[in-house]
Ligand binder design. Sequence first.
Ligand code: PMV
Length: 314
Amino acid sequence: MVKVFAPGVIKLFGEHAVVYGKPALAATIDRGIYVECEKEDKLIVETVGVPSSLRYFPAEKRAEALGSERFFAYIDTALRVAEEQWGSVRARFTIKSDLPPGIGAATSAAVSVGILKAYSLCAGVDVDAYSLAKLGHRVELEVQGIASPMDTAATSIGGVLKIWANPFRLEKLNVRLPPFYIAVLPRIGTTREIVAEVKAFLGRRRSAANIIEAIGGLVEEAHACLLAGDLECLGELMYMNNWLLGALGVVDGRVVTLLEMARPFIYGGKVSGAGRGGVVLLLPREGAMVERVLSSLGHVYHRVSITETGAAAV
Ligand code: PMV
């Protein structure tokens, strides 16, 4: 039996601006997607903990999973791409997630990449991380129509990464970071919708281009602070990045309240990903107090460590 872990991804700095040619800083975390592959006489996909409801047709003895159509679109496409690459594999694929889908933690990229990696190992091939990143991006493009290569590259390669989306380029940074907290807020809108609204806003308001420039500038400063291990600097830049994302219209009152309440106990915080809720990233000074704030606000949260490796057998 093969078991693969494909990590989730947090965006440390630079989301949205990355769409307009600036680099972003992203990192893989110790939560994500597990895919097992066990050879059998037919192809079966089992999911554990993926939310959906069932519709049962007694006459046909057949059930449909509702609410997981999109999730299955990634699975179908990843399996097809994998078969094209490595030939037919008959196996049972079991997929488990320890993050909720659609929050901006790259779970769809991790599912696509996790299936590709598990499939290749089941077929007796150990696909390298860069090929995996390309194939994963192809799956996301087919399912979503548009997709940045950031999440699939990060979950394939792992670690703290500086990423340029267009043309795609990536630099792995040799840095160590302490654990973060991620709070998970219900998200209003999909990445696609939010990215489209930001694009329309930038089209309407000429001066908003300065926000993108400012984010690009702070990513370079954050890169230097990461190398220096300067948490005070990183925290301050996280706040700055958050308010600049606010100026783009993707930070709402829930995030502002959370950051205000946590402020004495964190170096800094920001939304991570497209925004309008989803993941909020907190760099803690006092973890226990951060947990108290998050619990008192009723937020789902996780303490996450940054990982060094991308999708790999475990
Ligand atoms: O919320 P997520 O994880 O889908 O991240 C979106 C990141 C953006 O920079 C806003 C869009 C992109 O394609 O890079």
